[in-house]
Ligand binder design. Structure first.
Ligand code: GDP
Ligand code: ZN
Length: 315
């Protein structure tokens, strides 16, 4: 009889998962076909998952994953390269979308997609705009005000000047936070400032499990001495929404949700329908045109995905 243990996946690469259990770390493969029944996601197990494992009686610290517990939250994306949906992280509390004021330029469309993803996956969103020492241009400042008006939390930071770091740390204490940001926005620098151990551990885990692999794009869960936990997602430079239908999308834009009851059609998609309250508000300048543009683009992408997934609809 082999022993059964429960633990949390902290890293997974090339079908080998590192699982932290009360008895220490285990290196595991998935046993047989237990988890192969899921069709929507190509990866059955993700960082943050709580799994049941069978310890290998012959080799210390190794085992087989025999089951996965239900996920509390889900951060997923459509992986363009693999033409399939991918779970990036499970069971996280907070999705921190990092952007920069400049260099690389402020890219609200990426942040808009993360906000939709957080809402659909059950995570609380937090927007962090780093490099504020470089100055926010007027358009960016207006967008940040708009986010705040919509009820999102926005933190302006400068890793260079140490601004906003304490506030960021305060936000993540006691919670499992996923960090996502496009390359160069200063994510690594921020993590390092919050707790140098975060950066160090991400590096160590990556090195340990990345031997011989072709990719460094995988998420890693770290827990520091201070008790901070976070999931770093180096691979999320390209981010496409998945797992929701084009018709559901308005629910994830608070400014549309509020107005939808006033539209003439109950199933209004706010594109060209007569009597659409959203289009009226847009004309009257009550909805930021850039947010509306984000909405249209995401919806077009979702339509496209639905076509590709024909016969395997989302939901
Ligand atoms: P990552 O790719 O998001 O992990 O970005 P890095 O942390 O590697 O930072 C990218 C570059 O931006 C580095 O040269 C950093 O020194 C710089 N950087 C990071 N944070 C700031 C900041 O707040 N202000 C300025 N001006 N530069 C920063
Ligand atoms: Zn409408």
């Amino acid at each position: 009889m082999s022993r059964l243990l429960t633990g949390q996946v902290i890293c997974g690469i090339n079908n080998i998962y590192s699982v932290k259990t009360p008895e220490g770390g285990f290196s595991c493969r998935i046993k047989g076909k237990v988890l192969k029944t899921e069709k929507k996601y190509y990866n059955p197990i993700a960082v943050g998952d709580m799994v049941d494992l069978e310890a290998d009686p012959h080799t210390p610290a190794t085992g087989w994953i025999v089951g996965r517990r239900e996920r509390r939250t889900l951060f997923s994306r459509y992986n363009k390269k693999r033409k399939a949906s991918q779970v990036i992280a499970a069971n996280a509390d907070l999705l921190i979308g990092i952007g920069s004021a400049a260099s690389p330029p402020f890219r609200p469309r990426f942040l808009d997609r993360l906000l939709v993803s957080a809402a659909s996956g059950g995570l609380e969103p937090l927007l962090v705009i780093n490099k504020c020492d470089l100055g926010l241009n007027k358009d960016a400042a207006v967008r940040l005000e708009d986010y705040r008006r919509l009820g999102y939390r926005v933190l302006e930071t400068s890793a260079l000047e140490g601004k906003g770091i304490a506030a960021l740390e305060e936000m993540i204490v006691g919670r499992l936070a996923v960090f996502a940001g496009q390359s160069g926005v200063g994510k690594s620098t921020l993590l390092n400032l919050i707790d140098p151990e975060l950066r160090l551990k991400v590096g160590q885990i990556s090195q340990k499990y990345n031997r011989g692999a072709h990719t460094t794009n995988f998420a890693v869960l770290v827990r520091t001495q201070k008790g901070l936990t976070c999931i770093d997602t180096p691979g999320v430079r390209e981010f496409e929404i998945d797992a929701i239908s084009p018709e559901e999308l308005p629910h994830y834009f608070p400014e549309l949700t509020r107005l939808a009851p006033s539209c003439a059609y109950t199933s209004c998609l706010h594109r060209d329908e007569p009597g659409c309250a959203v289009l009226e508000a847009l004309k009257a300048g009550k909805i930021h045109p850039d947010r509306y543009e984000s909405y249209l683009r995401i919806q077009d992408t979702l339509r496209q995905l639905e076509k590709e997934f024909y016969g395997r609809p989302f939901a």
